[in-house]
Ligand binder design. Structure first.
Ligand SMILES: Cc1cc2nc3c(=O)[nH]c(=O)nc-3n(C[C@H](O)[C@H](O)[C@H](O)COP(=O)(O)OP(=O)(O)OC[C@H]3O[C@@H](n4cnc5c(N)ncnc54)[C@H](O)[C@@H]3O)c2cc1C
Length: 919
């Protein structure tokens, strides 16, 4: 290895820069960036997309997308309710016009993504299966193949029409946006190639920053630099670039902090676990979260519980049946992160036997989760003309993935109006960017990046992470100012190390912004995100304001308190007052030394070494030696980039080597030529398991884009006879989704030997409303199938209670529980209401919870007294079901009295739902 790094490469001369030009420059090829590029190109612009990693895999989207966190699906949620929800979650400091864009355009974006091939969960009838995660609003739309989203987007970028308009340069990392010296508009960027070390300059008509969150700000509890909650390549590059280009940033003091699995940098996944019945508990097994929506308030409750003698906090799944846990695992250990299963296994933990210890993440900046971002308007425009920001970098609170797509789209649309900048690029700015990139090569033996970055981020943990105080934040500013010098002296020997060193400068900039902004807002707001011990309590009179930050012409960090724009959707709890902006100027530090107040002037920088940069060929990094893959595979890989037709791929699909056939299947899935569906169905009958598995996965993945051709239907039916249950389940599922099967085919599959196949058959029967065939499966030997049948009988159009009869008397409590819960959908006439009331005495809590759910649809005279009694049940989930079932009966005096009493229940969920009756 050391042969690669012995001699540092020479510094390329400014004049030898690779010069690129375009109408629209997109920086960052993640979620927002790819969408911005597609939209801008679709509107006729020549686009250059620069990504410091590789677009095919890069960014937050590459792993862990379990679903759309904020889908506003017509009929299931209202845009205005969502806007009000986010306004509350963000303690009133919201430009509602920006949130409203996501609320109103999100659904069209879901449909656009679907037309590209992204799969969203749908019920048996093809309706979006939106789930409720928070106590109000149903906004979560699961994505069963969420791991493939980036692949789907890359396929769009590689389409012929797009290839002509979008040039992608991977491994190129801009470090500064260039602005016009006269009018300050964005005219391009400067950066370098992280593999060859070349200096790269770009002339552009408009620049879109889509570089994601600043994930590498605080240091994770694990101590690993890159073990962050956020994608670790997102080091705050865009925050620093926007700041130095003169754009306003806003809400920087409203940090991102998330619940995490302890010692593992994966999210705690309330969004996944909650709809399945999982939840967070303290060590006494009590639910404690009072907040209705994911917010800083929720994090404050979480941190408070952790720090109390009721801590630690756990993700509880152990009370759920085996098959439910298996479903959760199939998401968390595949779509989410494959390492997650291995991590738990390594500890000897299993969701069935162990509740999983949770912790809180390091702090970060993120405009799309909390509110710390670049200020944008409702068209993704920043305060610098022709500079846009989209995705997690832009301050549009709780925007998440779908908001990143929406804002990428908005930015691409607006930016596409501009044509390439023809003037000279500003030489002084180019020289400064050049110096920023290459100075570590002048000092190769200087402190290495990991050491400096560790130290910097440890100060972030020590002084900036909440709870905050003026004294700690002032110490932070001092530390970050002092570290400018140390950072300027870092050493590097390879282009890759240059990238890491540049990132440290971005992290430092973000750390200083975070500390100063936190000092400037002299109140507490957003729960844990901005908890000031020396300014406790929210101060709406002075601070129901945005706090904007920008670089002054003299280079100082200056602040303005900006009134919140008049709401488009009124939210009674907040009344933003109109008025002028308050210019706060530079923030004053709190004196922290025993010798009294001090001068916080930055230390003088050491003079730059005088040696002129030498002109040399850029460094190249040789490929590492790997065992040679087969020539056919290599040919196939390069062919795939050209989007080949089926005839070109045919020889590979029929190759003797199964590895080549599996790769050809992957290529078909990536390029989807005409005839891909039947060709994939054919491979379901392949002799090699790896090819069959790949074909089954590809068919499921492409279900939204494959035409429902007869030939495909025939191939899938043939595959039902294959001696591989995974193939049979996939074939059934695709037949159902494409509406290529019928009740006869599905009912026949109920005799399959494999449980998963039979469950898939149940789903398929629901899709064609075959209630009689479903009812016949009520005697299935497997409990999981009978549970699926009970749920299925509730999901057919015009469901009726009678077919549930055998299941209501099933020997297995989980089946009885599911059948009782199904009565809430079928209707619960008096005879069934009696049964349900009796089942409230069942020894199994799941049955009692199912009975309480059933009574929601029962006549009030029977339901209300029974449900009121169930509020004394020892199990919190039974009481929760009882409260939820009492809500529709709230007009009855008995129900109101019971709900009023439940407001002081020991369980947080029961209390929260009971208090709804008062709304
Ligand atoms: C662990 C995790 C799980 C999540 N789960 C969900 C979920 O289930 N549902 C949901 O709705 N949302 C989820 N989100 C949020 C969602 O993923 C993000 O909001 C969204 O993907 C952000 O998109 P983005 O384009 O801003 O950033 P990214 O997609 O991260 O893209 C930023 C890109 O910029 C590149 N880049 C950075 N700096 C530079 C530079 N200087 N030059 C060139 N390139 C650069 C990066 O390499 C990266 O490719 C999750 C986020 C995380 C971190």
């Amino acid at each position: 290895m050391d042969t690669l790094v012995d001699t540092p490469p020479a510094i390329p001369a400014l004049a030898d820069a690779t010069e690129l030009s375009c109408d629209v420059l997109v920086i960052g090829g993640g979620t927002a960036g790819t969408m911005a590029a597609l939209t801008a190109a679709g509107r006729g612009a020549q686009v250059l997309l620069l990504e410091k990693a590789h677009v095919r895999h890069s960014g937050a989207l590459a792993m862990g997308m379990d679903g759309v966190n904020n889908a506003i699906i017509p009929g299931r949620a209202e845009p205005d309710d969502y806007v009000a929800e986010i306004t509350r979650a963000n303690d009133g400091v919201v430009d509602q016009s920006t949130v409203r864009q996501t609320a109103t355009r999100g659904f069209a974006m879901v449909q656009r993504l679907e037309s590209y091939g992204v799969k969203f969960e749908k019920d048996e009838h093809g309706e979006y299966a939106v789930r409720q995660v928070h106590r109000s609003g149903s906004y979560v739309l699961p994505m069963p193949e969420g791991k493939d989203v980036k692949k789907v987007l890359y396929r769009q970028l590689r389409r012929r029409e797009m290839r002509e308009r979008i040039r992608i340069e991977n491994r190129v990392m801009p470090v500064r946006v260039l602005t016009h010296p006269g009018d300050g508009r964005a005219v391009g960027a400067a950066g370098f190639n992280t593999r060859t070390g070349e200096f790269v300059t770009v002339r552009a008509g408009a620049v879109i920053l889509a570089t994601g969150a600043c994930g590498r700000l605080g240091l994770p509890a694990s101590g690993y630099l890159y073990g962050t909650y956020e994608n670790p390549t997102n080091a705050g590059d865009g925050y620093a670039m926007a700041y130095h280009a003169g754009a306003a940033l806003t809400g920087i003091e409203c940090f991102q902090i998330n619940p995490l699995i302890k010692d593992y940098n994966g999210p705690a996944c309330a969004y996944v676990a909650n709809p399945f019945g999982g939840y967070q508990v303290n060590r006494h097994g009590e639910r404690f979260v009072e907040s209705d929506y994911w917010s800083g308030q929720m994090m404050a409750e979480f941190a408070g519980e952790l720090a109390s003698d009721r801590g630690p906090v756990y993700l509880k799944l152990s009370h759920l049946p085996d098959e439910t846990i298996a479903s959760v695992e199939s998401i968390l250990h595949t779509t989410e992160r494959p390492t997650r299963g291995t991590f738990h296994e390594g500890r000897g933990h299993d969701y069935r036997t162990h509740d999983i210890e949770m912790h809180i993440s390091e702090i970060g900046l993120c405009g799309g989760h909390s509110a710390s971002g670049v200020r944008v308007d409702a068209h993704a425009r920043t305060t610098v003309p022709r500079l846009y920001a989209a995705g997690d970098l832009a301050c549009v609170p709780h925007n998440y993935m779908i908001g990143a797509f929406v804002y990428g789209d908005l930015a691409g649309e607006d930016a596409a109006r501009h044509r390439v900048y023809e003037g000279e690029l500003p030489r002084d700015q180019l020289a400064a960017a050049h110096d920023l990139v290459y100075r570590p090569l002048r000092n190769p033996d200087g402190p290495p990046q990991p050491q400096v970055e560790y130290k910097l981020r440890r100060f972030v943990n020590d002084y900036v992470a909440p709870p905050k105080t003026g004294a700690k934040l002032s110490l932070a500013v001092e530390a970050f100012t002092r570290m400018s010098e140390e950072i300027a002296g870092m050493g590097a020997r390879t282009p890759h190390e240059l990238m890491r060193c540049a990132e440290v400068t971005f992290i430092r900039d973000c750390a200083e912004m975070a500390a100063r902004a936190s000092l400037a807002r002299t109140e507490s707001r957003w729960g844990l995100y901005h908890e000031r011990l020396d300014h406790p309590g929210r101060d709406d009179a002075d601070w129901l304001h945005h706090l904007d930050l920008r670089k002054s012409p003299s280079g100082a960090m200056e602040f303005t308190a900006r009134p919140v724009e008049p709401y488009v959707v009124p939210v009674p709890e907040f009344a933003p007052a109109p008025g002028p902006e308050r210019r706060l100027g530079e923030v004053a530090l709190v004196p922290v030394a025993t010798a009294g107040p001090r001068d916080a002037a930055p230390a003088a920088r050491p003079a730059a070494p005088s040696a002129a940069p030498s002109v040399a060929a850029p460094a190249t990094v040789e490929a590492l030696a790997v065992s040679a893959p087969s020539p056919a595979l290599l040919r196939l890989l390069s062919l795939t980039e050209e989007s080949p037709g089926l005839d070109v791929l045919r020889p590979y699909l029929d190759a003797a080597d199964p590895a080549v056939r599996a790769a050809a299947v992957a290529s078909l899935a990536e390029t989807v030529p005409a005839g891909a569906g039947p060709a994939l169905a054919e491979r379901l009958r392949d002799t090699a398991p790896q090819v069959r598995t790949a074909a089954a996965a590809a068919l499921r993945e492409l279900v939204e884009v494959l035409p429902a051709e007869t030939l495909l239907g025939a191939g899938l039916r043939e595959a039902l006879g294959v001696d591989d249950p995974a193939v049979r389940a996939a074939a059934l599922d695709v037949l159902r989704a494409l509406r290529l099967g019928d009740a006869g085919v599905y009912a026949a599959a109920l005799a399959d030997t494999d449980i998963d196949v039979r469950i898939t058959a149940v789903r398929a029967l629901v899709s064609v409303d075959a209630a009689a065939e479903l009812a016949a499966a009520a005697a299935d030997p497997a409990r999981e199938v009978r549970v699926a049948v009970a749920r299925g009988l509730a999901a057919v159009h015009a469901p009726a209670p009678a077919p549930l009869d055998p299941l209501l008397h099933d020997a297995d409590p989980l089946v009885r529980a599911a059948a009782l819960a199904a009565l809430a959908a079928t209707g619960c006439p008096p005879l069934y209401a009696e049964q349900a009331a009796g089942a409230l005495e069942d020894p199994a809590w799941q049955v009692r919870a199912g009975a309480a759910t059933a009574l929601r649809a029962a006549p009030p005279a029977r339901a209300v007294p029974a449900l009121s009694g169930a509020l004394a049940d020892p199990h919190a989930d039974v009481r929760k079901a009882a409260v939820l079932s009492l809500l529709p009966h709230a007009a009855e005096p008995g129900a109101r009295a019971a709900l009023t009493a439940a407001v002081s229940d020991p369980d947080a969920d029961v209390r929260a739902y009971a208090s709804r009756a008062a709304w």
